[in-house]
Design a protein around this ligand. Structure first.
Ligand SMILES: Nc1nc2c(ncn2[C@@H]2O[C@H](COP(=O)(O)OP(=O)(O)OP(=O)(O)O)[C@@H](O)[C@H]2O)c(=O)[nH]1
Ligand SMILES: [Mg+2]
Length: 380
């Protein structure tokens, strides 16, 4: 499936590492998250169907139902990339945002990520470290609703929490619903918000010594956040090709056409060019950060405190309470200002009324005066 034009990450590795990796293959775990109904499950099916050889034979094992996802689901598959085996695990999560209490709906995803670090850390502390069970997530794709406007406060909050735990890759869902122009504007808006909010997203490494890799990474960065189209179906284009895509009256939105969306770019980042970087940064940055933080707050070998006693959890609670109080204050101020404006308006209206009354009075006097003079001239 690798086309020769795109750089193959594995082949670019220093020899030593290349050998080790090629012999053992790699275990790679991807997670999808985001609001409900954005096509997360469909994306997973699309990824499997475009990367697994003989997918038709394995369809039943890998294809996921695209009913609403209601719990965290784990699917495994084996890919072969240029004589190199990848044990791919994909974690599908229930979409959030359609409950009254949004907080509860994404909390399990954060806990899942922490639990994997925790479980790996405990296994590392065992005297015999045999084959470990490792479900640490190497890349988390965060699906953004293609509104064309920006990010919701909920997106920002969840992305912040994800980005401190995992390599976060934001993606724009259902790219076929935005025009190319609107898509470009939307991308730049989202990049600005991400920067302004200080959300750390995954960025392909810029290797200065390899010109073509450098150019490739730069072009990836300018396309971020990747816009994707997902589809379970093969459809026929007006020029007679059978492709994965979505059929419309105007034609076909093709999954693997770079003019239509960034699916191929995203897949190349995940499966080809940057898989090892994603694995290493997970180990070196995110896992290390978790380990260091846990070491600070508890003694060696001690179990993780229950959620309620967890200082981090308390800290979050505290931050939330503070934000709530601040918001109430802001609302109160807004209300005061509004009240002031109303009072001023009332005074102005009262004044107007007074002036009108005075005018009416004066007019009445004038009328009386005129009536008086008419009566007088009648009598004459
Ligand atoms: N137009 C368009 N529709 C899509 C795309 N991907 C998925 N859909 C449709 O969106 C609907 C929801 O898709 P799912 O894959 O179930 O969405 P989900 O994000 O897994 O939803 P939850 O499991 O509820 O979180 C389905 O009707 C899909 O056919 C896309 O790229 N473009
Ligand atoms: Mg789903």
């Amino acid at each position: 499936m690798a086309d020769s034009a795109s750089p193959i990450g594995i082949a670019n590795l220093p020899n030593q590492r290349h050998k080790i990796v090629a012999k053992r293959g790699a275990a790679f775990t991807i997670m999808v998250a985001g609001e409900s109904g954005l096509g997360k499950t469909t994306f997973i099916n699309t990824l499997f169907s475009t990367t697994i050889k003989n997918y038709a034979d394995h369809r039943r094992r890998h294809q996921k139902q695209i009913d609403k996802t209601v719990e965290i689901e784990i699917t495994k598959a084996e890919l072969e990339e240029k004589f190199f085996k990848v044990r791919l695990t994909v974690i599908d999560t229930p979409g959030f945002g359609d409950y009254v209490n949004n907080r509860d709906s994404w909390q399990p995803i954060i806990e899942f990520l922490d639990d994997q670090h925790e479980s790996y850390m405990l296994q590392e502390q065992q005297p015999r470290r045999g084959e470990r069970i490792d479900l640490r997530v190497h890349a988390c794709l965060y699906f953004i609703r293609p509104t064309g406007h920006g990010l919701k406060p909920l997106d920002i909050e969840v992305m912040k929490r994800l980005s401190s735990r995992v390599n976060l890759i934001p993606v724009i869902a259902k790219a076929d619903t935005l025009s190319p122009n609107d898509l470009l504007k939307f991308k730049s808006r989202i990049r600005n918000i991400i920067q302004a909010q200080g959300i750390k997203i995954y960025s392909p490494p810029l290797e200065e010594d390899d010109e073509s890799a450098l150019r490739h990474a730069q072009s990836l960065i300018t396309s971020m956040p990747f816009a994707v189209i997902g589809s379970e179906k093969d459809v026929t284009t007006p020029d007679g090709r059978s492709v994965k895509g979505r059929q419309y009256a105007w034609g076909v939105a093709e999954v693997e056409n770079e003019e239509h969306c960034d699916f191929k770019k995203l897949r190349a980042v995940l499966i080809r060019a940057h898989m090892l970087d994603l694995i290493h940064t997970t180990e070196e940055n995110h896992y290390e950060a978790y380990r260091a933080q846990q070491m600070e707050t508890r003694k060696f070998g001690e179990a993780r405190p229950r959620k309620l006693d967890n200082p981090k959890f308390k800290e979050e609670e505290e931050a939330l309470r503070k934000r709530f109080t601040e918001q109430v204050k802001v609302e109160e101020q807004r209300f005061r200002a509004w009240e002031q404006k109303l009072i001023a308006e009332r005074d102005r209206l009262n004044k107007d009324l007074e002036t009108s009354h005075a005018t009416i009075k004066q007019l009445e006097t004038e009328i009386e005066g005129m009536q008086g003079s008419v009566a007088r001239s009648g009598r004459r």
